[in-house]
Design a protein around this ligand. Sequence first.
Ligand code: HAM
Length: 426
Amino acid sequence: MTQSKQAITAIRGIKDILPEEISRWHFVENTFKSILTGYGYQEIRLPILEKTALFARSIGEVTDIVEKEMYTFDDRNQESLTLRPEGTAQCVRSVLEHGLIHNQSQKLWYSGPMFRYERPQKGRYRQFYQAGVESFGLAGPEIEAEQLLMMARFFKLLGLERCVSLQLNTLGSFSARMGYQEALVKYFTARIDELDEESKRRLTSNPLRILDSKHPQMQALVKAAPSILDYLTPESLAHFERLQKILKVSHLSFSIEPRLVRGLDYYTETVYEWVTQDLGAQGAVCAGGRYDILVEQLGGKPTPAVGFAIGIERIVALLELEGQVATPSIADVYCVFLTLDAVLIGLPLVENARNHIANIKLVADLAGGSVKSQFKRADKSGAKLAVILGEDELKNETLTIKYLREDKPQVTIEQKSLVAFLLGHL
Ligand code: HAM
């Protein structure tokens, strides 16, 4: 049987993250982790696969994610499983399963790949990375405010504070939302001929989602629709107003967007998105809100909860646009061995240097080849110093040190003084 030799490519919408981009990823991930740790959040690691019912029950049967975007399949035992499209539902599943919110509050963070079968375009992928936060057991708006301040700090540390802005809304309590939903249905039914096909369908299944329609023909209609802010209970209004007050005294600016609804059904009260104008259509870089009904929906006791997730690709793309992060060199010191015997002496010397100098980036050239090609690689590595071991050095038990980034003459040192020399010159 002849086998095709054609190269196999990655799946559409699922991309590799290459070494040249990785420093930006590390910057985002490390900044996120250090900020979250500083606010008392603990990491939780959750699986990539879950039972399909978890997402159907929490995100909502009539949402884009559950209707058309989940990677769902039967395993070998005919159990329906789904690659997680987001982290909130599974975080709730996990804290319930392990009793983590029994008589106590919890502040957790997680990160990792999520999967949605969306139409791929710049900033929208089928496998994408989120870092998310969920807090359980805190009912007041102070926790929303703290999470928003935390994110403002995050964007500032990344140097992106001027590229993003905060849009805020409230969906009110679950019961008040039902009243609002009725008003929306009445409004849109009276104008049914002006609705696009998708919105007509949503009218009976999930009317709130019509407000999120991207269809150009729908924009004026959506703008003139009843506002949720007119249907809030006094408690919801007080919650929303106090949140705004805390943000104001903390000097965090925001805009109120009464038509901001989210693509997931579990939200109640506060919802928000951090958006940017710099990435085209995929402008949401962080989104979240309160979801006080979800824990009960998934079998727990009623528990207030608030969280958000950032889209790491989009934040990395912003950093790239802003030119914030330089690619670090792969080596501090590059070692060039010119003969096979030199390798025998040189490798133990290099290992010894590693034993004595913490975190040094010491790269030994193991590819061989001509002196010229070895020096080319030394230069490309970004190293400051090259350590050279050839026949003369072997004979004299010395090493030659070449300065790769400074205009200085090369020097000869004794092999046994390599560690001291490096400590003094890095
Ligand atoms: P979400 O709005 O679906 O919320 O996603 C959060 C963020 O993930 C988005 O703002 C965006 O930056 C990024 N994102 C979503 N889909 C894609 C995609 N296809 N490609 C690239 N980036 C994407 C949630 O997932 C909620 N679980 C957030 C949350 C946590 N709410 C409460 N707790």
